[in-house]
Ligand binder design. Structure first.
Ligand SMILES: Nc1ncnc2c1ncn2[C@@H]1O[C@H](COP(=O)(O)OP(=O)(O)OP(=O)(O)O)[C@@H](O)[C@H]1O
Ligand SMILES: [Mg+2]
Length: 281
């Protein structure tokens, strides 16, 4: 059952406020794509996130790290209103995409999720052909005027996801017949097909072997030329390899956020230091 979450009230003072969790300086800040201020999330009576504020810059990869249950997925889901679909979940604070409140009642969540795509932990292709998995989004959003338009979208999405050469001769076979790593790239192609601005990835490699993982990491590095990417990962090595910024969450708080090299070499907070050196997690 789909229950709407409480809408976020636009608060201009909140919007114009600087994020205070960026503890480390950034010499050449990129333009901000997603801006969150004082975001709290409740599941029923239980508060899972506490006043999270962060700026996500465009055309870069931001990694969310932190121990299990600290609220990484919860916060990621706020960014495309996937929490709307969870009964009893309530979101407060402000989240803006390109300066517009994404919880504005006039905004259609389906449109939002085309602009802010999502890739999940477990590859989840539709039980349809490879072609149809990619064509589905463009079709419901009316992005193709003809069959040849659609063919072009499907091909370019599969190209960008680094899967085209492996599947071009079997486009009409089932997506579920691909290997796990290929299925995950198919899911990335499906997200790309609707030309999103932001791609959210929740532990996209946790079900993959090291070779498939390396392939996805390379792909993420290529995709950041054109997309704003937020990735949740339990792997410090992965965060260090793929991201330009890292945000450390702990017990529902965003403890610290900044350029990845600084977070990993000289974090300001002891909790961050303890986590990245493996003292807990
Ligand atoms: N659908 C839900 N209903 C109730 N509580 C939830 C729900 N989803 C998450 N929570 C709670 O919110 C808190 C944060 O969970 P979340 O899944 O965001 O953590 P996480 O950092 O992604 O953890 P993990 O690394 O294990 O994926 C946890 O206490 C969790 O039990
Ligand atoms: Mg999670």
């Amino acid at each position: 059952m789909h229950m709407p979450t409480d809408k976020i009230v636009p608060q201009s003072d909140l919007y114009s406020r600087e994020s205070t969790t960026a503890r480390t300086p950034d010499e050449n800040p990129l333009p901000v794509r997603v801006k969150a201020r004082d975001v709290s999330v409740f599941y029923g009576q239980k508060q899972a996130l506490f006043d999270v504020s962060i700026d996500v810059p465009e055309k870069s990869v931001t990694a969310f790290i932190g121990p299990s249950g600290c609220g990484k997925s919860t916060f990621l889901r706020c960014l495309n209103r996937m929490n709307d679909t969870i009964e009893g979940c309530r979101v407060s604070g402000l989240i803006a995409l390109d300066g517009s409140d994404i919880y504005d009642p006039s905004l259609d969540p389906v449109e939002l999720r085309a602009r802010v795509g999502m890739v999940f932990q477990k590859p989840n292709p539709f039980p349809k052909s490879i072609y149809e998995n990619v064509a589905y989004g463009p079709r419901i959003h009316g992005l193709a005027r003809s069959r040849s338009d659609m063919d072009a979208i499907v091909e370019s999405s599969l190209q960008k996801a680094g899967l085209w050469s492996e599947v071009k001769d079997r486009l009409h076979e089932a997506g579920t017949g691909l290997s796990g790593g290929q299925q995950q790239r198919l899911c990335i192609a499906r997200a790309i097909a609707v030309s999103p601005e932001v791609i959210l990835m929740d532990e996209p490699c946790s079900a993959l072997d090291p070779i498939a993982t390396a392939r996805i990491e390379e792909l993420i590095d290529e995709l950041r030329q054109n997309y704003t990417i937020v990735i949740v990962t339990h792997s410090m090595q992965q965060a260090a390899r793929v991201s330009q910024r890292t945000a450390f969450f702990h017990l529902g708080n965003l403890v610290e956020e900044g350029p990845t090299d600084l977070i990993f070499t000289s974090p300001v907070e002891k909790r961050t230091q303890d986590y990245i050196t493996g003292r807990y997690g």
